[in-house]
Design a protein around this ligand. Structure first.
Ligand SMILES: [Zn+2]
Length: 281
């Protein structure tokens, strides 16, 4: 079974601020790329047996996904799609929104973006979210790594900043998106020591040298079993991500550098992510 643990859906351009649209365009994310209709999402993710889907909610950066948008789409194919609620603890009413997203909308996990929203992961405003997530067995996928909007503070982006959460909530399932790029090594040592912290490999194949080093480090630290498959659609496609994994292994085996194992792509692509995250299976 192939699970894509990291895909996006939103209404474009309605759920982006004007300033964000300019910033997206400046880094090459055109309106065309960002326009994720349900039809486009379904077609692009057809290679996966199950896709986890969420928007982004970060008032500071101008990502304004309404969770109903995701929930409505998930209801079109509940066997294949699992929706996560995008939450911003800097916004009033975030706890009510969490309860509504789970109780009324049927969403089954949470997407948090400290750097985009402008809070430290250990900010007390986020604590009740972690408590409820652990109690309700909702995995949290953190964008804990760099990003492009100018106002998004890098000081809140470091992967090790999730460690206090993992210690206080040992049963909470946490996924660090994109191996915490460009702090992949920090993510690798974090997932090695925290049993319920995982990471996805989405969005990394476009920087092949860093991707190679990150995967090689994951092999050396013995944490490949904590790496989950994800695409970060619409920024990257399913096919590109699968090919990127195979290509990096092939490249490593030809270059005279410490090679990546031949079985590594299939191991990651066929990871039993739903079971690891307590979602089902
Ligand atoms: Zn993403």
């Amino acid at each position: 079974m192939i699970v894509d643990c990291h895909t996006h859906l939103w209404k474009s351009p309605e759920e982006f601020s004007e300033g964000l649209r300019d910033e997206l365009a400046s880094v090459g994310y055109s309106d065309e790329i960002m326009d994720v209709s349900p039809e486009r999402h379904a077609a692009a993710t057809s290679g996966a047996d199950c896709s986890i889907v969420f928007g982004l909610r970060a008032a500071l950066s101008g990502f304004l996904t309404v969770n109903d948008t995701v929930a409505k789409y998930v209801r079109t194919d509940p066997e294949k799609l699992i929706g996560f609620a995008a939450l911003d603890p800097t916004e009033p009413g975030v706890l009510e929104e969490l309860e509504r997203a789970v109780g009324q909308l049927g969403l089954r996990g949470i997407k948090l973006t400290p750097i985009y929203s402008g809070y430290h992961p250990w900010d007390e405003r986020a604590w009740p979210i972690y408590e409820r997530a652990e109690a309700l067995e909702l995995p949290i996928l953190f964008h804990q790594g760099a990003t492009f909007p100018r106002k998004a503070p890098l000081k809140f982006a470091l992967p090790h900043q999730l460690e206090d959460i993992a210690l206080r909530h040992p049963n909470l399932k946490i996924v660090v998106a994109h191996l915490g790029h460009p702090w992949e090594a920090e993510t690798i040592v974090l997932i090695r020591k925290q049993p319920n912290v995982f990471s996805d490999i989405s969005g990394l194949h476009g920087r092949p040298w860093q991707f190679y080093n990150s995967l090689r480090l994951a092999v050396e630290y013995g944490v490949v079993h904590k790496l989950l498959f994800g695409t970060d659609f619409p920024f990257f496609t399913f096919e590109d991500t699968v090919d990127g994994l195979h290509n990096i292994v092939e490249m490593s085996q030809k270059m005279g550098v410490p090679p990546l194992p031949t079985e590594l792509p299939d191991e990651i692509i066929h990871r039993n992510t739903l079971k690891l995250l307590g979602l089902k299976g």
